[in-house]
Every structure is written in structure tokens, then in C-alpha cells.
Write a new protein. Structure first.
Length: 353
């Protein structure tokens, strides 16, 4: 049905429809710098493919919106207020995107340019979906609710770029320092409870003998909060039903990221306690990276990969639980041989005169 709808569009509308494609290319080019320079953000390379896959998986639902249906009741058009909001949002988003692109071209990678590029793309893409959804392929007006439901199908493909781009800066500049402080205090308290003589100075865990572990290094995986949120968003987009359940999945992905990285930090601190902090940059057999005997990765890296893997498995295992529909049990049938209780509508027995 989408090809039929596409054929009926004029040339300017087709150009407007395809506008998000080159804009997405600019966003990828801009965020590529972050993906390639920070190991914890290499998940960004998956974002274009996962976004395209979710769109492909939802094509039948998208096509159903534009398919003519003789049995469809007449729908009330969306209010002028929402039309104005999306039109104004499209204009402001496009201006922001152009400004961000100019900042990227002139000054190179920068936080403000990435924010403007990413949110500009998101705003334009959402507005175009809204505008195109006004009528089906037969020219029949679709209601505001139907258009909002169609826009909901594009939530992940549009907003996931915020997780892989601006959210990086938010985690690195704001959330990370708060989490590192809390993680340091919790790990020190946990190890002291098991009679390990450790203390902390800021985000540094002090070990006996003058050795120390910097939580910013040992727990750099706290930045994988973005990757965990990305995984949660992808799983919820494909496998979780209902808005509240999807939000619950995103919340759990963040909680699991913090908890698993807390355990990761405790493990790395214990490893450094027994083998020295320099052992975190060696493999589990004590080989350096430049050694021919070096195995899969350093203790630090493998612990991070394990935390990510466990987080993914926990989120996947919770999908059936989150989707569970609670139903009240039905009352059991009466035992055989007994009459059912008399209802209020039963006729009283006749009396002889």
C-alpha cells in the first residue's frame, strides 16, 4: 500500500518525505566521532541498523494507516492546535539542524552542534510523519488519534539517536560523576563489611600498601548506562507491549546498568587488592597486551563485557514478565448433583389454592 501512496504524492511532497534521510546521514557523521573515540560508545555503530530494522518490522502497521478501508468510520480531524505545533516544531528543528551543521563544519565535533543536529533531525522527522499521516491513499482524512498511533511507531527509529548522541554528553558530564561517587562509597562499605581494609579519597579506592584503584577507570563501564538504555529501548520497541511497560523496561535497563557496574567495580577492586592495580590492564593469566600469550582481553575489559552481557540477558528474561497479563481467577463451577443457587430472576414456586 505504501507504493500506491507514494505514487500519488507530488514532487515537492516526495522531496519533503525524503528529507530525514540525508539529515540522518549528517547525524551519523557527527556522532561517528564519539563512537570511534570512546570504547563504551561503540554501540552507536549499531544504531542505524537497529533503527532501520525496527522500521522494516513495523512496515505492515505503517502501511495499514494509509490503506483505504470502506468500513472505517468517519474520523474527526486533528485540531488546528496540533497542526500548528508540528509545523512550528518542524521549522524550529530545521533551523536548529542547519545551525548545528554549520557549527560542526566550522568548528569540528562539539557538544552544542551535536545537540542541535540530533534534536533537529528528531523534530523534523516527527513533524513529517505527522503531516503525511493526515490522509490515507484514497484521500480520506485520518483522525488525530490514528495519526498519533502512527507517530508512535516511529518513536524508536527517531528518538534512539538521542541515546547514541546527546545522552553521551549528559552521562559524561553530569550523571557519571554522581554515579561514580555513589559507587565508590558503596564498594568501600561493602568490602569493609567483609574485613577488607580499604578506604576512599574522592573517586579513588585506597588499598593497603599505598596502592589504589581509580573508580573512573575500574568502573568506566558506568558510562555503559547509555548502551544499556539502548538495549532496553530496542528490546522494548520489538517485544514489549504497552507504553507503561516500555517505560518500565527503560527504567530497568538503567537500574541493571548501575547494579551490574557496581558489582563489576567490587570485583575489580578485589582483583587489584590481591594482584595489584596494574593487573587490571593484564589478562587473567597476567600477560600484557603486547605479549604473544595475551588472551581475549584485559581483566578490566572482560569484566565490562561480562556486565553488559548479564544486563542483556536479564532484560531479555524479564520480557515475558513485563508482558504478563494479570487476570482474576474465575469462580469454580458448582459440584455435580447440587442445584445452582437461586438467582434474583428465578420465578417463585406456584402455590395451590
Amino acid at each position: 500500500m505504501l507504493p500506491d501512496f507514494w505514487k500519488k504524492l507530488d514532487a515537492p511532497t516526495k522531496a519533503l518525505t525524503l528529507l530525514p534521510v540525508p539529515m540522518a546521514g549528517v547525524v551519523v557523521f557527527d556522532q561517528w566521532f564519539q563512537w570511534s573515540t570512546k570504547e563504551d560508545y561503540t554501540f552507536g555503530y549499531l544504531v542505524p541498523f537497529f533503527s532501520a530494522y525496527v522500521l522494516y518490522e513495523r512496515l505492515p502497521d505503517i502501511a495499514a494507516h494509509f490503506a483505504p478501508d470502506e468500513n472505517r468510520a468517519e474520523e474527526k480531524p486533528a485540531s488546528k492546535f496540533w497542526e500548528f505545533c508540528f509545523a512550528a516544531g518542524a521549522f524550529l528543528s530545521l533551523m536548529g539542524f542547519l545551525l548545528g551543521g554549520a557549527m560542526r563544519a566550522i568548528g569540528g565535533p562539539n557538544i552544542i552542534g551535536t545537540f542541535l543536529n540530533t534534536f533537529g533531525f528528531c523534530g523534523v522527522a516527527a513533524a513529517i510523519v505527522w503531516m503525511l499521516s493526515e490522509k490515507d491513499s484514497a484521500g480520506v482524512v485520518r483522525g488525530g488519534r490514528a495519526r498519533a498511533l502512527l507517530l508512535e511507531k516511529f518513536t524508536f527509529p527517531i528518538l534512539v539517536w538521542v541515546v547514541s548522541g546527546p545522552f553521551l554528553y549528559l552521562v559524561d558530564t553530569r550523571i557519571k560523576y554522581v554515579l561514580l561517587e555513589k559507587v565508590t562509597l558503596v564498594v568501600v562499605a561493602l568490602l569493609n563489611a567483609f574485613d577488607y581494609a580499604v578506604s576512599n579519597s574522592g573517586n579513588v579506592i585506597l588499598l593497603p600498601g599505598g596502592d589504589h584503584v581509580g573508580v573512573a577507570d575500574a568502573c568506566s563501564g558506568i558510562r555503559s548506562l547509555t548502551a544499556c538504555v539502548f538495549m532496553g529501548a530496542f528490546l522494548s520497541a520489538l517485544f514489549v507491549n504497552g507504553r507503561l511497560r516500555k517505560l518500565l523496561m527503560l527504567l530497568l535497563s538503567g537500574v541493571f546498568a548501575v547494579l551490574l557496574n557496581l558489582l563489576r567495580t567490587a570485583f575489580l577492586t578485589l582483583w587489584a587488592y590481591r594482584h595489584g592495580s596494574q593487573s587490571l590492564d593484564l589478562d587473567f593469566a597476567g600477560h600484557a597486551k603486547n605479549s604473544p600469550e595475551f588472551s581475549l582481553g584485559t581483566v578490566h575489559d572482560l569484566a565490562g563485557y561480562a556486565a553488559m552481557g548479564v544486563t542483556f540477558l536479564l532484560l531479555a528474561a524479564l520480557i515475558p514478565v513485563i508482558n504478563m497479563q494479570l487476570k482474576l481467577p474465575e469462580p469454580p463451577p458448582p459440584p455435580e448433583g447440587l442445584d445452582a443457587p437461586k438467582g434474583a430472576d428465578d420465578e417463585p414456586p406456584s402455590q395451590s389454592k
